[in-house]
Design a protein around this ligand. Structure first.
Ligand SMILES: C[S@@+](CC[C@H](N)C(=O)[O-])C[C@H]1O[C@@H](n2cnc3c(N)ncnc32)[C@H](O)[C@@H]1O
Length: 182
């Protein structure tokens, strides 16, 4: 297939800005797959999650893969700017709940939008914020609507914002949105 799903596309776009000196943030560590991917393609990664279980799953995955360039942070991404104060190249948000975990503990649009605003301030020129937005899950429709609506308000002179969506697929496939700093 040429038209990959949103998750695969999120990594394909990240690769465009990752390099051996790049700095990345995984705003939602979860089971650590995105953190591992980022760590393999850049100098250092800050990886956030509000759940201890997610941080431990991520730590185990990194250990198994001999990865040591990740700082794991057990805190909400809405406090991202308390941990990262310098310019970054790529920020990934893979929204929703921890696969295999409680559906009650999920990202929510209020803190996601606070974190997106902070991430936008940290982005260097041509840096990317990559967001995988789920819909149709427990709170997914509301989060999707609010985030897509927030994206339309972003300054056109400072950022390019795109949305990648499938229009003929059942079961509400995830949407990919990307913000690029001009
Ligand atoms: C879909 S999972 C992420 C998948 C992950 N990137 C991976 O590769 O496995 C979403 C994660 O976001 C976390 N999360 C929810 N709200 C958060 C917040 N405010 N700050 C940071 N992480 C949060 C959840 O605990 C969950 O682990």
């Amino acid at each position: 297939m040429v038209l990959n799903n949103s998750l695969t596309m999120s990594h394909e776009y990240a690769l465009k800005v990752l390099h051996s000196n790049a700095i990345a943030i995984d705003a939602t560590a979860g089971n650590g797959y995105d953190t591992l991917f980022l760590a393999n393609h850049c100098k250092s990664v800050y990886s956030f999650d509000i759940q201890q279980t997610a941080i431990e799953h991520t730590r185990e995955l990194l250990l198994k893969n001999n990865i040591s360039n990740v700082e794991l942070i057990l805190d909400s991404h809405e406090r991202l700017n308390q941990y990262v104060t310098h310019q970054v190249d790529c920020v990934m948000f893979n929204l929703g709940y921890l696969p295999g975990g409680s559906h009650q503990i999920s990202t929510n649009y209020k803190s996601t939008i606070i974190a997106l605003k902070q991430a936008m301030k940290l982005l260097g020129k041509n840096g990317l914020i990559i967001i995988v937005i789920y819909q149709g899950q427990d709170s997914g429709f509301l989060e999707k609507e609010k985030i897509l609506s927030f994206l339309t308000t972003i300054s056109e002179s400072k950022f390019i914002v795109m949305k990648y969506n499938f229009c003929n697929q059942s079961n509400h496939p995830p949407i990919l949105a990307i913000i690029e700093k001009k």
